[in-house]
Write a protein that binds this ligand. Structure first.
Ligand code: CA
Length: 230
């Protein structure tokens, strides 16, 4: 397992180029389709982790592609971001209920695009029971029980692996030591709350050995959370 796969469905070259460049720079693997038929074919052949779908497309509109993907049990839960242009009445589009998970309006900045993609992937993964968790440059392969940060494999004990998994399933959420004890060690095992601190320290040192930003935030009197910068 490598990077999350993004399918861009768009007919404008300049926009495809911009999206591809920025998503690839952030570690995503990018596929593209220029119309609805190509999009549906691409989804069937190589299922993406997320689709960025332009609303104005030749032949089949983005909203219709979205409806078709939602009707098919195999792609019902596929995360979809619909791209609209200013003036296309986003409110009306939402009302049409094509079933997109999120909307982004042109023109948008590359940073906004990447943030939306990441946010939607985070929200969708638990529901999709994905076997890969991604948070910024950290990737966990649950099936193979491996984790890496950028290209570096993380040396984690089983306990630290489970801790990291819980954080990565709900980024931003603050967990108390007691909650982490319950989730990682189980209800009926007696472990001192301080043990959590020890494992958090080890997890941090495994995550940050190359001098990267520490993604685990200590919340005074509350616990810990996996958090983005700012
Ligand atoms: Ca278009």
């Amino acid at each position: 397992m490598t990077s999350p796969r993004v399918l861009i469905v768009e007919d404008e070259d300049a926009i495809i180029t911009m999206m591809r460049y920025n998503l690839e720079a952030e570690g995503f693997s990018v596929m593209e389709a220029r119309d609805g038929d190509a999009a549906l074919l691409s989804v069937a052949e190589t299922p993406p982790d997320i689709v960025i779908l332009d609303w104005m497309l030749p032949l089949i509109s983005g909203i219709e592609i979205c409806r078709r993907l939602r009707r098919d049990p195999g792609t019902r839960l596929l995360p979809i971001i619909m791209v609209t242009a200013r003036g296309e009445e986003t409110d009306r589009l939402r009302g049409l209920d094509g079933g997109a998970d999120d909307y982004i309006t042109k023109p948008f900045s590359p940073a906004e695009l990447v943030a939306r993609v990441r946010a939607l992937l985070r929200r969708s993964r638990p529901a999709l029971a994905e076997e890969t968790l991604v948070f910024e440059d950290i990737v966990m392969d649950l099936a193979r029980h491996k984790a890496r940060r950028k290209d570096r494999t993380l040396a984690l004990s089983p306990t630290e692996f489970r801790l990291l998994q819980h954080f990565m399933e709900r980024p931003g959420r603050v967990y108390s030591r007691e909650q982490l004890l319950d989730m990682v060690w189980g209800h009926d095992v007696y472990v001192e709350p301080r043990t959590v601190d020890v494992h958090i320290r080890r997890l941090r040192s495994a995550l940050n050995t190359a001098g990267e930003r520490d993604p685990i935030r200590t919340v005074r009197a509350a616990g810990y959370a996996l958090d983005s910068e700012d």
